[in-house]
Design a protein around this ligand. Structure first.
Ligand code: GTP
Ligand code: MG
Ligand code: ZN
Length: 372
């Protein structure tokens, strides 16, 4: 319960009073899908926070606590089947509208998800129904093009527009910043890039102008890059905790949970805890779309199933040889493609086995019933 009191308090500065669902991002697309999902007596709300099975949802007039209906316990095969921050859900209100039961999740227009950390091969939902994801990198300690590729794939796979946001520009010289921007351009990354300093405020207004009313944004990136500092700057005071980091940015984790806030000018923003690892699952298409320069070449390869690693007549390898394609970028592509395909195999194999086991249990039960 403490968690919620905390959130209510933090939510106050952005309190908007009466809103419409459309102000929270509920557009025609969701409206059309709600017609199919909503049963009579149910309302629509948006999930603003999740904490170990407890939820906060927001509707036209307030933010309230919510619980999952019992059926979720039996009908979830993957954690991706549970509501996450940003989801639109069907709810039933109780206690004169001060609490809710979540009955269903509306289809997700876009999503951000990764493979959960560790051995387990399952999805971890990061957020749903995000319009633009800011991939936040500190140009001081954290800048790494290969890591950026991963985030770009995650966003692209989930149909979220990615934008790169370089922070802490006060810690490097303008020339060094120019080199960083140049490296991004040379690497073939097509996403837009913004840079700013939370300390001096340079670049902040340009960033703020990107945030449009009724749209939902998400801040992604390693711990310590300044995501929450940026949120506080937008709100205008220190509503959320931030913490100083070591030179390498390691060993810190200040933000503990994902949370959707509504900014004064009407944009919605989700801050997320820094990610230590970002592994991909079911993201093969996202890899191809992110590395469009490489997938555009592949029709010219001799073999249709060319992996672009060693095959004779490979147009991609030819482009590297004649300097048209960045070799590092190609290496990143091959690595990410292999990684997602490897995880996909074990994920779908496990699902297949689970299904087969389910069928076995069912038929065994039937036989027992018949014997009785
Ligand atoms: N010099 C400099 N320091 C910054 C800037 N932005 C943030 N910081 C500092 O970086 C530290 C980490 O900032 P946070 O906002 O907590 O980082 P975060 O990305 O939210 O980290 P997690 O919540 O752990 O994911 C704090 O000490 C901030 O004051 C910046 O633009 N320049
Ligand atoms: Mg934070
Ligand atoms: Zn090829």
């Amino acid at each position: 319960m403490h968690f919620f009191i905390h959130l209510f308090f933090q939510g106050k500065p952005n309190w908007q009073g009466n809103m419409k669902l459309i102000d929270l991002g509920f557009d025609h697309w969701f409206e059309a899908h709600a017609a199919e999902s909503r049963k009579s007596g149910q309302d629509i709300a948006r999930v603003t926070a999740v904490d170990r099975g407890a939820y906060l949802v927001r509707n036209e007039c307030r933010e309230i606590t919510a619980e999952l209906a019992g059926k979720f316990r039996f009908r979830t095969e993957s954690s991706a089947d549970l509501p996450c921050v940003g989801d639109w859900v069907t709810v039933q209100y109780h206690n004169s509208g001060t609490s809710a039961i979540i009955h269903g999740i509306l289809p997700r227009k876009t999503f951000l998800r990764r493979k959960c950390a560790g051995e387990d091969v399952d999805f971890q939902m990061i957020a749903a129904n995000i319009d633009t994801a800011f991939i936040v990198l500190s140009c001081h300690f954290d800048f790494n093009l290969r890591r950026l590729d991963r985030y770009l794939v995650m966003a692209t796979e989930g149909r979220v527009e990615p934008m790169v946001l370089l922070t802490k520009t006060d810690l490097i010289s303008p020339d060094e910043l120019e080199l960083v921007l140049e490296a991004i351009r040379r690497s073939g990354i097509a996403a837009r890039v913004l840079s700013l300093s939370n300390m001096t405020g340079v670049g902040f207004d340009e960033f703020r102008r990107e945030l449009a009313p009724g749209r939902t944004y998400c801040l992604l990136g390693s711990s310590g890059v300044g995501k929450t500092t940026l949120v506080n700057r937008l709100i205008g005071h220190d509503a959320f905790d931030t913490k100083a980091v070591s030179e390498t940015g390691e060993g810190t984790h200040t933000t503990a949970r994902r949370q959707l806030i509504v900014l004064e000018q009407g944009a919605m923003l989700i801050d997320t805890p820094g990610m230590r690892e970002l592994s991909l699952l079911d993201a093969s298409d996202g890899v191809d779309q992110t590395f469009e320069d490489i997938s555009d070449l592949s029709p010219n390869c001799r073999y249709t199933d060319c992996s672009h690693t060693q095959e004779p007549g490979c147009a991609v390898l030819a482009a590297i040889a004649n300097g048209e394609l960045n070799e590092e970028r190609h290496r990143s592509y091959v690595k990410l493609k292999k990684e997602t395909e490897y995880h996909d195999l074990s994920y779908f194999e496990k699902r297949r086995k689970d299904k087969a086991f389910g069928r076995f249990v069912k038929s065994a039960k039937k036989q027992m019933d018949q014997k009785r």
